[in-house]
Structures are given as structure tokens and as C-alpha cells.
Design a binder for this molecule. Structure first.
Ligand code: FE
Length: 285
């Protein structure tokens, strides 16, 4: 079995998003435009309210899925489907924007640590104009596997026979949050057909003999097995894998389609108030 090595190392770049939120971006930067089916990975993490308080006021999305995983903090989500979400530490939100969603993601705290990830997962052409969908899970709903040296939270896909709450048939996404004890080892079979990456957010790790520092994303090479080792202080990382879609990606800000014409249509629809095609009955707020 070939072990997956590091194909590319991408140090996250600090940028300002939304109304002035500091994030560390790795996928979706000039060094790594995308990693089919993944379009963007932002890691937000700050205990300085000035870096998150402005939040992400109303903005549109079309053509893909946003997947948010909160490590610390409290955010409120509202969208054009009528959902009002309450994202708290350890919880996750899966939003299939597809044909169009307008939403806001605003902090519900004025102090303390705000930490987590937002991953954009592409949709195949046949799904891009489908109806949007929304799922939210609190920390308690997310399965955890405790091993001798590791604590694994299974957000999407399956690990050790435990299924995550999120199932994405289009790209078969695996999303694990792994905390590994000092010098601990962790491994699993990971089929060759899926593109995969690791992002270290605490401590540091070694992968196939190479050092992987904090705030660094490693794109994994081909292989059927994934192995990683924690540094002397332990490590926390996310391991994410997905089946590539293999279609052209034309992205303009919050719209990701297959052709330029479809992007122009998205802009026209947004301007004309037609981006949102499916509005769920509002549930009172
Ligand atoms: Fe958004």
C-alpha cells in the first residue's frame, strides 16, 4: 500500500473577509487556486473581537456548498431559505447554496475566542441549479472515536465504522478533526481516487518524514494509506478528502459555475433580485 506523501505545502495567507474578519486562507489563494472538489478553506481564529466582530453581513452564494465547523465561539446564521442557525463550539453547518442563497453569518459574542473553519465544496454541473438545502448539527450530534493516542471527530464520511452526520454523495467527502497526543501516531486507509489535504491548526506534525507546521495545509499525493505523527507537543488537524468532479471551474467571488455565461447570469440574477429561486416558508423570524 502506497503511503500518501506531501505533494504541496501551502502556508495559509492572512486576509480580511466579510465586513472585516481576519482569516487564514489556504485553498483559494494564488498558491492553490482549488483542489477539486474543494474551492476554498478559511481558518478563522482570534480572541481579538476587532478581528471578528464585524462578521459576514448579507451576501449571496451560487453553485457550491459551504461547510462551517466551529471550534470555539458563537455565530448566528440567517438565510433566504428562512433558516436561523445557532452555531456554537463543536457544531457544524452544511449549506448547499446550489441555485442561490443569500445569508449572513454574524458573531453572537463580543469577547473571547472565535475559532473554526469554512470549507467550500464544489457541486457538479447537474447540481449547481438544484434547490438549496441547509443542515446544522450541535457538538453533541457529531460522532467521536477515541483511540489510544487520538480523539477523532467524524464530521463527514466514515471512520472506523462510524458515520459522520454529513453525507455528500456527489463528492463523497471525508472530514475528520483529529487531536493527537504528543508524538502520537494516526493512520487510516484513504483510497487513491480522492483528493485529500491536511491542515494543522495546533502544534505541529510530521507526514512521510516531512515537518508540517501550524497554519499549513498539505496537499497529499497519490496513495491508499494516510499516516501522520504528532510533534513533541501534540497536534490538532483536519483531514479532508473528496472525489474530484473534473469539470471546468469558473469562479467570481461568491459564485462558482462551469462557464463565464453562467457567472454573468448569476450576477444578473442577483442584481434583479432573482438569485434566490427557492424560499422556504418563513418560520416566524
Ligand atoms: Fe457565506
Amino acid at each position: 500500500m502506497t503511503q500518501r506523501t506531501i505533494r504541496q505545502r501551502v502556508p495559509a495567507v492572512e486576509i480580511t473577509e466579510g465586513a472585516g474578519v481576519t482569516v487564514h486562507r489556504s485553498i483559494g489563494t494564488p498558491a492553490l487556486k482549488n483542489l477539486d472538489p474543494f474551492l476554498m478553506l478559511d481558518h478563522f481564529g482570534s480572541d481579538n473581537p476587532d478581528e471578528y466582530i464585524a462578521g459576514f453581513p448579507e451576501h449571496p452564494h451560487r453553485g457550491f456548498i459551504t461547510f462551517t465547523y466551529m471550534l470555539d465561539g458563537h455565530m448566528e446564521h440567517r438565510d433566504s431559505m428562512g433558516n436561523r442557525g445557532d452555531l456554537q463550539a463543536g457544531g457544524a453547518q452544511w449549506m448547499k447554496a446550489a441555485s442561490g442563497v443569500i445569508h449572513s453569518e454574524m458573531p453572537k459574542q463580543t469577547a473571547g475566542l472565535m475559532r473554526g473553519f469554512q470549507l467550500w465544496i464544489n457541486l457538479p454541473a447537474r447540481e449547481k441549479m438544484a434547490d438549496p438545502a441547509y443542515q446544522e448539527f450541535s457538538a453533541g450530534a457529531i460522532a467521536e472515536v477515541v483511540l489510544e493516542q487520538a480523539r477523532v471527530r467524524v464530521l463527514a464520511g466514515a471512520f472506523e465504522g462510524v458515520r459522520g452526520v454529513i453525507d455528500d454523495p456527489a463528492t463523497d467527502v471525508l472530514y475528520l478533526d483529529v487531536a493527537l497526543a504528543a508524538s502520537g501516531q494516526f493512520g487510516l486507509p484513504l483510497d487513491d481516487g480522492r483528493n485529500a489535504f491536511v491542515y494543522v491548526f495546533e502544534g505541529d506534525a510530521r507526514l512521510a518524514g516531512e515537518a508540517l507546521p501550524r497554519h499549513t495545509l498539505a496537499v497529499l499525493g497519490k496513495g491508499e494509506r494516510f499516516e501522520i505523527e504528532a510533534g513533541a507537543d501534540g497536534t490538532s488537524f483536519i483531514l479532508v478528502a473528496g472525489r474530484p468532479i473534473g469539470e471546468p471551474v469558473v469562479q467570481y467571488g461568491p459564485f462558482v459555475m462551469n462557464t463565464r455565461e453562467e457567472i454573468e447570469q448569476a450576477f444578473a440574477d442577483y442584481r434583479d433580485g432573482k438569485l434566490v429561486r427557492k424560499r422556504a416558508a418563513m418560520s416566524g423570524h
